[in-house]
Design a binder for this molecule. Structure first.
Ligand SMILES: [Zn+2]
Length: 340
């Protein structure tokens, strides 16, 4: 009897809850994540990556931007749904701290909307947790002075990121996110974790178990575990929270700046949460609209497109039931299926 009563719940996915709409999204970008390091370790060494991969739908063969495999441009791509180069691109190709007064708009000569704009203009609380100082670009571009006026329904103001936190210590950063989310959850929270990129530049992108890079991955697994515990243990979040998980670029030896190298442009993309088919391959779920690029590097004119980190923002909004980022070109149709 007990088993029969449990069975429907077990069949209904992640938290055993039936298709409750997603109310909260945590968008995680692990800087410099090479999936080869994940698959080189045993499932038990990485319990939280294992959970993400078993309960989430995803691929280890997503792509970063076509022209650049560096950090700040690719995070701008994730948050704006635009490539970097060209008339439709966000055009931010610099990978250093922005100069005082510099924003995405001053660089482009036109306002660039982001995922924060759409969420905030619909009255959703937003937050960003970043572990590199150069992400100040986002705080500056979308603050009370530089964010666009809110013309969607009631006016929620121009400051599109309600809570912006920078801490180079990612364990402290993630603990702060968990504390904040327990107290006053953001409906959309962006989290950037620097550890693997920092170790990669200093000591190499070596996916071999026992390497400094692989050991840093164990710490990232712990941080992912903090997020899972946050969701599991919070009555407001459990069964109503999705995680969109990707990276800005991979890496090789001590760098990642060559966008023509597969080790640089190959990244993971996973979605976890209510309605997601656990263990599903995102390419298999989307045969008409996304094409697995094999080892290749398709341009933005290829059809169908590979799954890209640049669609993370639009996928987050899709999960929240909101439309795409204005001006976005990557995933703007919001048609990525994550469940059967
Ligand atoms: Zn990076």
């Amino acid at each position: 009897m007990t088993f029969l009563r449990l069975l429907p719940a077990l069949l209904l996915g992640v938290a055993g809850l039936a298709a409750e709409p997603v109310r909260y999204v945590i968008h995680v970008s692990v800087d410099g994540l090479r999936t080869a390091a994940v698959t080189a370790l045993s499932a038990t060494s990485l319990p939280n990556f294992t959970r993400l991969r078993l309960q989430g739908a995803g691929t280890d063969n997503a792509r970063c931007d076509f022209d650049f495999s560096i950090t700040l441009p690719n995070h701008t791509t994730q948050l704006t749904g635009r490539g970097i180069a060209g008339p439709a691109g966000h055009n931010w190709s610099n990978n250093t701290d922005p100069a005082p007064g510099q924003t995405l708009a001053t660089n482009k000569g036109a306002y660039i909307a982001g995922v924060f704009d759409v969420a905030h203009d619909h009255g959703l609380r937003t937050a960003a947790y970043v572990s590199k100082s150069k992400f100040a670009l986002f705080a500056a571009s979308w603050d009370a002075a530089n964010g666009a006026p809110d013309t969607t329904g009631p006016d929620h103001g121009r400051n599109k990121i309600d809570l912006y936190r920078h801490d180079g210590n990612t364990a402290a950063l993630v603990a702060q996110l968990a504390a904040d989310q327990r107290a006053q959850p953001a409906r959309y929270a962006f989290l950037h974790l620097t550890d693997l990129d920092s170790v990669g530049h200093a000591l190499g992108w070596d996916p071999t178990p026992g390497s400094p890079y692989s050991n840093a991955l164990l710490r990232i697994d712990n941080e992912l575990g903090v997020l899972f515990r946050l969701v599991d243990e919070s009555p407001a979040l459990a069964g109503r929270t999705a995680i969109v998980f990707t990276a800005d670029h991979g890496g090789f030896e001590k760098n990642h700046g060559d966008p023509t190298l597969a080790v640089d442009y190959t990244i993971p993309f996973y979605v976890w949460g209510p309605g997601v088919t656990g263990g599903a391959d995102l390419y298999a779920l989307n045969p008409a609209t996304r094409a697995n690029p094999g080892s290749g590097r398709p341009g933005y004119d290829a059809g169908p497109q590979p799954i890209r980190n640049g669609e993370a923002g639009n996928v987050c909004l899709q999960l929240l039931g909101l439309g795409p980022i204005p001006g976005s070109t990557i995933g703007a149709a919001q048609d990525l299926a994550v469940g059967r």
